[in-house]
Design a protein around this ligand. Structure first.
Ligand code: COA
Length: 380
């Protein structure tokens, strides 16, 4: 059991699950900019206009990649996975961060407040680079000219522009909402992984890499790329029912359904409702309505057969698809935002002088009573 004042899932007065960041409802936060929610997570309160402008300027300033980092990216094999591309680049980029040689983190218990601040400022700088790494990395891998950050654009618009997607209002609004919905979600697997590594008193960068390693997994963040495959493989609504029934018969997991949180079992959660509300009309507008026919059929079957409702990855993945995000960027985009959730949780843990993690175990192997006698190697 651990405590948190960062995010919370509960059931609202209408009987529906709702997600709160620092006490604010996700339904309200999606009306604002992603940058506002990141500020809220890191600083504990929503920014006023002056604070938001200064914060956005910082994100823009640090979005630039140092020349050696860019050169490094050009040297990777062209067929690597984008999550590995991002992981390796972030790990390399830390060598050029202004706090890389700061030894403060080596005394976590003597300086908890200062180390927490170090975690926030390094996390902010590294996080600001993630969209640039993803977008430039994608274009390098596909032999296209890279597009540099445009300081005139807000975070989501700049992200799309660097990938090469025109930042029109629909696409910017959709990505802005996706980034907010994926930002933070209590002690999920990657946040937990990051907290475990942070608890060892390591440098401020390593827990973020641990979070990324965990997010890649297909049961966690990686599920949003499997959902994209699902829609590609089903292709048209008439194949949907047979496709899902076949998967279930083969005892396969259907990505985009189910959740570890008991609260979400048989309940449709707030992130699903918000993403659906944007994705449905946008799909119609773009002539992609058949995606939602598939969506509705597979949702019905999963409820009937397995009593499982869609998780956030199902509608978010569709939204990413509708605005033209290539499948291979789905999980990296998840990381671009959840990174700040890890930073907020790690800083909080350090500030409260959290203990070194070590779960208790129940040993079920041979003990003293059944102790085995050691036989030297040459006699075995
Ligand atoms: N597809 C098929 N069956 C599923 C399922 C899914 N997505 N989610 C749960 N089930 C089934 C399991 O096969 C199991 O059935 P069984 O006991 O007959 O074998 C049962 O439901 C277990 O359910 P539950 O306890 O709710 O799941 P879990 O806690 O073990 O797993 C997940 C939770 C998220 C790992 C699981 O739902 C899953 O694998 N989902 C797909 C991946 C995904 O979308 N991940 C993103 C999560 S946000």
């Amino acid at each position: 059991m651990c405590t948190s004042d960062i995010s919370f899932t509960t059931v609202g007065a209408d009987g529906k699950p709702v997600l709160l960041y620092r006490g604010y409802s996700i339904y309200d936060l999606v009306k604002g900019l992603f940058e506002e929610s990141v500020y809220l997570l890191l600083e504990g309160e929503l920014p006023d206009q002056k604070q938001l402008t200064a914060f956005s300027q910082q994100l823009k300033k640090y979005s630039r990649l140092e020349d050696p980092v860019l050169e490094h990216m050009h040297a990777y094999p062209k067929n690597v996975q984008m999550m590995d591309f991002l992981f390796t680049t972030l790990s390399y980029a830390r060598f050029f961060d202004e706090d890389y040689h700061n030894p403060l983190w080596q005394k976590p218990h003597e300086n908890p407040e200062q180390v927490a601040e170090l975690i926030v400022r390094t996390g902010l700088r590294m996080g600001a680079k993630i969209p640039t790494i993803i977008a430039k990395g994608y274009r390098i891998r596909h032999g296209e000219t890279v597009i540099s950050p445009d300081p005139a654009l807000d975070y989501a618009a700049n992200f799309l522009n660097m990938i090469g997607i025109p930042p029109d209002d629909d696409a910017v609004n959709a990505l802005n909402v996706i980034l907010i919905l994926y930002l933070e979600h209590t002690i999920n697997c990657s946040t937990f992984s990051s907290l475990v590594v942070e608890s060892s008193g390591t440098d401020p960068y390593s827990p973020l890499l641990a979070g990324a390693a965990s997010l890649k997994g297909v049961l966690h963040g990686g599920a949003n790329e499997r959902v994209a495959d699902l829609f590609e493989e089903i292709e048209s609504p008439e194949h949907a029912e047979a496709y899902i029934l076949r998967k279930l018969k083969n005892k396969e997991r259907v990505s985009g359904f189910g959740h570890r949180l008991q609260l979400y079992k048989n309940r449709v959660e707030s992130r699903v409702l918000i993403a659906e509300q944007i994705a449905r009309p946008l799909a119609e507008k773009k002539g992609l309505g058949h995606y939602f026919e598939i969506y509705d059929i597979i949702s019905r079957i999963m409820l009937e057969e397995k009593e499982r409702t869609p998780n956030a990855d199902l509608p978010i993945c569709l939204l990413l698809k509708i605005i033209g995000i290539p499948r291979e960027l789905n999980t990296p985009i998840f990381q671009a935002t959840r990174h700040f959730g890890w930073v907020a949780n790690n800083a909080r843990q350090r500030k409260s002088n959290g203990p070194l993690y070590r779960p208790t175990q129940e040993y079920i192997g041979p003990g003293l009573e059944e102790m085995k006698s050691y036989v030297p190697l040459e006699q075995r």
